[in-house]
Design a protein around this ligand. Structure first.
Ligand code: GLY
Ligand code: MN
Ligand code: MN
Length: 476
């Protein structure tokens, strides 16, 4: 079997992880210590846990995959800068839960200069904090860490008469790590390209599979299967599959309604690969053909998305894609009669947010290890400028709720088109380009779908629930 695309890429080599730790060590300076905890397992019920997902900052600096660990970076320490506390090997537990790297593995495979069992944390940490001025850690975010840090501080203070000085500043580690995470390296980009390619292929498969009578959940199932089959076992977030007016609920995740002939379906779904997210939305007609009203709104959202993507290039500011989208959307809403006013009044309508009843979110977010990735959007009070290596989503939409003050033909239509965009030195690269978004291209792809190649009389469909008689073209 050919190697899965997901296996041909690697986000970070050991050397890259070491470089990241070095950069952080230099940034915090030799009078500081950095503490970054691993994620812990979260119980779901009795002996069952939610799927484990490692903390992104911890992965970024260590690559260590296990729960219950703490990375300590102690710049210029004689015995080495990188100390990892983790679960020790445990033959008994490993029979049940599988392999653990243990302290030996932390050193041999993850480049720790020293590693200790987690149980030795309280004994060892005060030593590592002694005579340092600042502690960087995820202040105020992790469960018990704030309390633990206070305990360790007290333990250092108790050594004052022995001439040991205790840290006197606690600093959030967020900014210093997140600025680094915001600019992606070559390995990270290779993984993000692969993640986007897997999700794009899964979205194409949805378009080919979709037909009236399936449920939102069945489409979700196709997506999950397509990702898993390509090597991406986890999703970056819960997929949103909203048929008809469900698309107007921005974070709709019930995904349990039948898909109706004549409706659109909005699918916002993206896999996670090696801890990196993809985030793609496509909206397409359940029966393979856009109605004129759907097409009018769809083409408007697409024009807004293209105008927004055009603004992604080095030097432009974060808000420029959003503002380009607002220009196109507001003008289009005027022309289609969804908002009232004259074209001369366009700047005032934008200023007054006349689009807000139909477009209530912003046009994107940073993308990386987290789907809503880290990194400041403003610097010194101004929207920050794009730089090569930054990745963002561009995702305008229009949502005309069933009871919206809008012409009847538009009510109950929700549309979003979302791509993942890398800022390059020349401009941009759309990582998720490999799934159609022109209406005609979508219709052409859907026409090749398995369901549509068969004559209508021979179509096999799951029986729709009684309230959803087939052929029902009414909008919700
Ligand atoms: N899927 C979450 C988002 O688009 O922001
Ligand atoms: Mn998004
Ligand atoms: Mn999304």
């Amino acid at each position: 079997m050919a190697t899965l695309p997901s296996r041909r890429v690697r986000a970070a080599t050991r050397g890259e992880l070491r470089r990241r730790r070095r950069t952080i060590a230099q940034a915090i300076g030799s009078d500081s210590v950095l503490l970054i905890p691993a994620a812990t397992e979260v119980p779901r019920n009795r002996d069952v846990h939610y799927p484990f997902r490692q903390d992104s900052d911890f992965t970024y600096l260590t690559g260590f995959p296990e729960p219950d660990a703490l990375a300590v970076i102690v710049p210029k320490r004689k015995q080495g800068e990188f100390v990892l506390f983790c679960r020790p090997r445990d033959p008994e537990r490993e029979i049940w839960d599988g392999f653990r790297h243990g302290t030996e593995g932390a050193v041999a495979s993850f480049g720790a200069d020293q590693a200790f069992p987690l149980a030795e944390l309280d004994a060892k940490l005060p030593e590592l904090l002694a005579d340092r001025r600042r502690i960087y850690y995820p202040l105020g975010t992790e469960g018990d860490l704030d309390l633990q840090v206070m305990e360790w501080l007290r333990a250092v203070r108790r050594q004052a008469r022995a001439g040991v000085s205790a840290p006197n500043e606690l600093v959030s580690s967020d900014r210093i790590i997140h600025e680094q995470r915001l600019r992606k390296g070559a390995g990270e980009l290779a993984v993000m390209r692969a993640a986007a390619a897997i999700s794009a292929a899964a979205h194409r498969q949805l378009m080919q599979t979709c037909q009236p009578g399936l449920t939102e959940q069945q489409l979700e199932g196709v997506f999950l299967h397509a990702c898993a089959e390509q090597g991406a076992r986890f999703q970056a977030y819960q997929p949103i599959v909203g048929g008809g007016a469900n698309a107007c609920v921005l974070h709709y995740i019930d995904n349990n309604a039948p898909l109706r002939d004549g409706d659109l379906v909005l699918v916002d779904a993206g896999c996670e690969l090696q801890g990196y997210a993809s985030d793609i939305t496509r909206t397409f007609p359940v029966n393979g053909r856009f109605s004129p009203a759907q097409r009018a709104l769809y083409d408007l959202v697409l024009a807004a998305q293209r105008a927004a993507i055009e603004q992604v290039r080095p030097g432009r500011r974060w808000n420029q894609p959003h503002e380009a989208a607002l220009q196109v959307l507001t003008r289009g809403l005027l022309e289609l009669g969804l908002i009232e006013g004259s074209i001369e009044a366009l700047p005032r309508l934008i200023e007054e947010e006349a689009y807000k009843p139909f477009y209530m979110h912003r046009t994107g977010h940073w993308l990386g290890m987290d789907v809503h990735d880290v990194g400041d959007y403003k610097q010194d009070g101004k929207w920050r400028r794009f730089e090569p290596g930054m990745v963002l989503t561009v995702e305008p939409g229009l949502y005309v709720a069933p009871d919206a003050p809008a012409p009847a033909q538009f009510r109950g239509i929700g549309i979003r088109i979302e791509d993942d965009v890398l800022v390059t030195t020349e401009g941009r690269e759309v990582l998720s380009a490999n799934v159609p978004k022109e209406a005609a291209e979508i219709e052409a792809l859907m026409a090749t779908g398995t369901s549509r190649r068969r004559p209508a009389t021979r179509r096999r469909q799951p029986a729709p629930p009684r309230s959803q008689a087939s052929g029902d073209r009414r909008k919700r």
